[in-house]
Ligand binder design. Structure first.
Ligand SMILES: [Zn+2]
Length: 200
């Protein structure tokens, strides 16, 4: 192999490398914006699976005691053996904060709770969705009454005194209804106007 041929071979390899680089750059430019959306879809799917398990546990508790548990964490460990099922993968705090009016956090359960237990929510009691502590009653719309809500797919911040959606909030909140299935409702809909036909 003469020196001229070797140079040509190296030059050809460089052109190939440049082409590969261009293809990779194009692929990355196309795929990078997709990754956060794919991740968010994965979080939603995992959260919905968690909420369904929580719904089964709540129904079992209700069959045994004739009422709902006082706290969401009360279903652990008898009715929900795996406490990570109370953590939403989209919760940036992984349930580890001192709770507020909506989310109990790690106040009662050290492994933490990401989800909002609607019967304990002050606004839900004021609006008559659920009777006050301790029994909570049948719920304003029976099986269609919201019982557990995940705020972490629209709210990325934790505020200690949060008791209501911020005005101007946008996005979907995942809602487990007493019947056991998970629906979503728009967070910007005024909460006082909620009826089950708002489920999507
Ligand atoms: Zn969630």
């Amino acid at each position: 192999m003469g020196p001229r041929f070797r140079d040509r071979a190296i030059a050809f390899t460089l052109v190939e490398l440049l082409v590969v680089c261009a293809i990779l750059t194009t692929l990355l430019a196309v795929l990078l914006p997709v990754f956060p959306r794919v991740r968010a879809m994965g979080w939603r799917a995992a959260c919905i699976a968690n909420l369904r398990q929580v719904g089964i546990a709540l129904q079992l508790y209700r069959e045994d005691y004739g009422e709902l548990p006082p706290l969401l964490s009360s279903i652990v460990p008898t009715y929900l053996t795996a406490s990570p099922l109370l953590i939403c993968p989209a919760d940036p705090y992984a349930g580890q904060f001192a709770g507020n009016a909506r989310v109990e956090g790690n106040t009662y359960l050290p492994s933490g709770v990401s989800y909002c237990y609607v019967p304990r929510w002050r606004v839900a009691q004021e609006l008559g969705w659920w009777d006050p502590f301790p029994h909570f009653g049948p719920g304003k719309w029976g099986d269609l009454t919201p019982v557990v809500e995940c705020p972490w797919h629209w709210a990325r911040r934790f505020r200690p005194h949060q008791d209501h959606n911020d005005p101007g909030s946008r996005g979907w909140q995942l809602v487990l209804m007493m019947a056991g299935s998970v629906r979503k409702i728009r967070v910007e809909d005024p909460i006082e106007t909620f009826t089950p036909d708002r489920y999507r």
